[in-house]
Ligand binder design. Structure first.
Ligand code: GRE
Ligand code: ZN
Length: 327
């Protein structure tokens, strides 16, 4: 399918490349990976052309800004990354747009940076890599806490989507993953970490305070669609600490969008489709952690959707979600 629009598509700046190199795969792909994640011109555009991707809404790699302990430095790196994206958009306005990296260490600074990105640079929303560390290594701040309500007010006022992207949990917080680093990483831990954060947002009353918030999660829903019915069913018996007024499933269906990033599986896609419906699922790739070709080959050929649905999930939903000036 031509004309696809994608938005879990990562770039890096020199200051943030090192942390994702480990994920490049077998040694030898290091250099190629680094080249891919830094490149915002010929190589990326060629891959997009080859796979029928018209527009990529770019975002910084993970955990990047969220793992910087010093707040001023986090503010500076976020700005630098966002300016780099803005430059790429200027060079290729019909092929790229931006999602803002945000210094969540300081909710006020994060609000200011989001406003700058949306109002001055024309960004379409934010992509944040899970919890933020601040001050000391062993710290993890989640955005359902009261300190972030003014930040969410800004997101709500700007009416832009917020992509909650994975990062690895801290060893101190996950004894159960000790000595199993593969479990802490993208095969498992990324999703558990991100899903838990997403559920915290649902259970915090956040969506009662701001009923237009749109949260995006990738990887076909970070396990949540598969277990949503059961969560609501079990919460008939215990909702201790849950501050939502509606069922968890209602918040999830009303406030969340799911992308196909890095999960090119018919079985998972079928479950996500049945759980949230085709209006809430969007095609994304997760380049360069995944190959655009793998993503597009799967999506362009899956028989779970007809061609009108393919166009909706591959393009039209993104146009509506990000209010893109496209047809
Ligand atoms: C990602 O950003 O989506 C990612 C990583 C590392 C490994 C896999 C992956 O940052 O999908
Ligand atoms: Zn990603």
């Amino acid at each position: 399918m031509k004309g696809k629009i994608v938005f879990e598509e990562h770039m890096a700046i020199l200051e943030t490349t090192a942390e994702t190199k480990d994920f490049a795969g077998e040694s030898g792909r290091f250099d190629e990976f680094t080249e891919e994640i830094l490149d915002l011109d010929d190589m990326r555009l060629a891959a997009m052309d080859r796979t029928g991707i018209e527009l990529a809404i770019l975002s910084l790699n993970a955990p990047a800004v969220q793992s910087i302990l010093d707040t001023d430095q986090a503010i500076e790196i976020a700005r630098k990354a966002n300016d780099t994206i803005a430059d790429a958009v200027k060079r290729h306005p019909s092929r790229y747009a931006g999602l803002a990296a945000l210094p969540m260490q300081d909710p006020q600074a994060a609000s200011e940076e989001l406003k700058r990105c949306v109002k001055e640079l024309g960004f379409k929303g934010a992509l944040v890599n899970g919890f933020t560390q601040r001050g000391e290594e062993d710290s993890a701040i989640y955005y359902d806490i009261d300190e972030y309500r003014d930040f969410w007010a800004t997101v709500s006022d700007l009416d832009v989507p917020f992509y909650l992207h994975p990062r690895m949990g801290l060893p101190s917080q996950s004894k159960n993953l000790e000595d199993h680093p593969w479990l802490r990483s993208s095969p498992w831990g990324f999703s558990v970490e991100t899903a838990t954060h997403a559920l915290r947002l649902c259970g915090s009353g956040l969506f009662e305070d701001f009923n237009n918030l749109k949260i995006v999660i990738g990887h076909l829903g970070e396990f949540i669609p598969y277990n949503l019915w059961r969560m609501d069913a079990r919460m008939r018996f215990s909702t201790r600490g849950y501050r939502g007024k509606k069922l968890l499933g209602d918040y999830f269906r009303e406030h969340f969008y799911i992308t196909t990033s890095g999960n090119f599986s018919d079985a998972s896609f079928r479950c996500a489709l049945e759980t949230v419906g085709k209006d809430r699922i969007c095609f994304c790739t997760d380049y360069p952690f995944e190959r655009m070709d793998d993503a597009a080959n799967w999506f362009d050929n899956t028989t779970l959707i007809n061609d009108a649905e393919r166009r909706q999930i591959g393009r039209e939903n993104a146009i509506e979600l990000f209010k893109l000036d496209m047809e």
